[in-house]
Design a protein around this ligand. Structure first.
Ligand code: 5GP
Length: 193
């Protein structure tokens, strides 16, 4: 019998919410059946980063050439830094074809672009604790003005609007609980541990 194709899993969430930590703990739970897509970027490697493990480090010319050749599933220019980031189709399609599941860790725009290409992808949004909890913590700190607290809450609420576009929302209250919850979602969708 031919191997059934793998599924694409799109993981998003506000920066600092702990996505990378979750992914790092999630992958080993599924042996070689689940892998993280390695993105390409034009930013220079940071100390300790390894080509092909952390990113594919491309020159601007190489990135644009490959972009124009249609090799990217999605890409974005991170403003302010002037660096490009993107997911190469070659990171995703061959693995899916071989029956492996692939996780994309991308921002909201990247997730939308990837979904256009893979409408059956499993979408998961990681959120920080609840709005009420966030507000409680901000007030408890007592270091911020009412206006600053309201601004932060507004940003968080804006992110939550996007969260509603994802099939699953997972609160990162404790990393191991979030990992367990995501494992459960993936298993319900057919990935065996
Ligand atoms: P850093 O330079 O700190 O590794 O990443 C900067 C930002 O680029 C992060 O917010 C990260 O989510 C985003 N990023 C990294 N790879 C990709 C990618 O393949 N696609 C998109 N859309 N964003 C990415």
């Amino acid at each position: 019998m031919p191997t059934p194709p793998g599924q694409l899993v799109i993981l998003s969430g506000p920066s600092g919410v702990g996505k990378s930590t979750i992914v790092r703990e999630l992958i080993p739970r599924f042996g070689g059946k689940l892998r993280l897509s390695v993105s390409a970027t034009t930013r220079p490697p940071r100390p300790g980063e390894i080509e092909g493990r952390d990113y594919y480090f491309l020159t601007n010319e190489e990135f644009s050439r490959r972009r124009e050749a249609g090799e990217f599933l999605e890409y974005v220019e991170v403003f302010g830094r002037g660096h490009w980031y993107g997911t190469l189709l070659s990171e995703v399609q061959p693995s899916l074809d071989a029956g492996q599941w692939v996780i994309l860790e991308v921002d909201i725009a990247g997730a939308e672009a990837a979904l256009r290409h893979f409408p059956d992808a499993i979408t998961i949004f990681i959120t920080p604790d609840s709005d009420a909890e966030l507000e409680r913590r901000l007030r408890l700190r007592g270091t911020e003005s009412e206006a600053a607290i309201q601004r932060r809450l507004e940003v968080a609420r804006g992110e939550m609007i996007h969260a509603n576009n994802y099939a699953h929302r997972v609160v990162n209250y404790k990393v191991d609980e979030a990992v367990a919850e995501i494992s459960e979602i993936l298993q319900q969708r057919g990935l065996s541990a």
